[in-house]
Each structure stands twice: as structure tokens, then as C-alpha cells.
Design a protein around this ligand. Structure first.
Ligand code: 5GP
Length: 115
């Protein structure tokens, strides 16, 4: 079954796409948690990090190249940004199409909520 993110990749659903090539698509999160909040996804639907195979390594490495390009485009490369990937329930993964969050545009604070 196709996720909402696959529909965004195919152009069936609208998103504010900031970068796209034959392997990766990057678009603004619909519910931003920081002034800059971009989702960077493989065009191929991989549900979670647990489903990654060695055959995906090159394509997934490309996510980082795109993260760098998008950070420059959004003018947060020097100020700094955070890349984050959630996997399954304890990480609150909501969409089961592997994606990297790019957060920036403000001081992001500690990595995890303090207990
Ligand atoms: P997760 O918790 O799975 O790591 O993050 C999923 C993210 O996708 C959330 O930040 C949520 O706001 C975003 N999101 C969910 N549905 C859509 C959508 O249809 N369009 C866009 N642009 N973002 C979405």
C-alpha cells in the first residue's frame, strides 16, 4: 500500500517540494516543529530503518548529500541544523516511509526531552 509520501513523490498529493531528483525528494513538513522543517525521503518506499538492505546503501547515502544542499538553500548550513530519523513506536514514527527530518532556523536545544 502506498503511503502519503509516495503520493507526494509521484505528484499525486501536493507538498512544498524544495528538492527532487531520481532518488530523493525533499519537502516542507505540513506541521513544522522549527522555522525550517524539511522531510528528506527516498523516492523508493522503505517503511522503516529496519527494512534497509545493503542494496539501499548508496541511495540512502544520497539523503545526506541532499540534506547538505537543502541546508544551504534554506540558509541554515552555517547556523546549524539537526537531522533525525524515527523508527517505530518508541520513536513516534507516524509515516511508514523512511524519512529524515531536517530542523533548523533556531537554537534547537538538547537532543532529547529531559526527564
Ligand atoms: P515521523 O513522526 O513519522 O518521523 O514524522 C512524520 C512527519 O510527517 C510529521 O512531522 C508530520 O507533520 C509530517 N507529515 C505527515 N503527513 C504529511 C503530509 O501529508 N504532508 C507533509 N508535508 N508532511 C506530512
Amino acid at each position: 500500500m502506498s503511503t502519503i509520501f509516495s503520493k507526494i513523490v509521484n505528484g499525486e498529493s501536493h507538498a512544498d517540494i524544495v528538492y527532487q531528483d531520481d532518488r530523493v525528494t525533499a519537502f516542507r513538513d505540513i506541521n513544522p516543529q522549527a522555522p525550517v522543517h524539511i522531510l528528506i525521503i527516498p523516492n523508493k518506499e522503505i517503511p522503516t530503518v529496519n527494512d534497509v538492505t545493503e542494496a539501499d546503501e548508496q541511495m540512502l547515502g544520497h539523503l545526506f548529500t541532499v540534506a547538505k544542499i537543502v541546508a544551504e538553500q534554506e540558509n541554515v548550513d552555517e547556523s546549524g541544523y539537526r537531522l533525525l530519523i524515527n523508527c517505530n513506536r518508541d520513536a513516534n514514527q507516524e509515516v511508514f516511509h523512511l524519512h529524515m527530518h531536517l530542523f533548523g532556523g533556531q537554537a534547537l536545544g538538547p537532543m532529547l526531552m529531559r526527564r
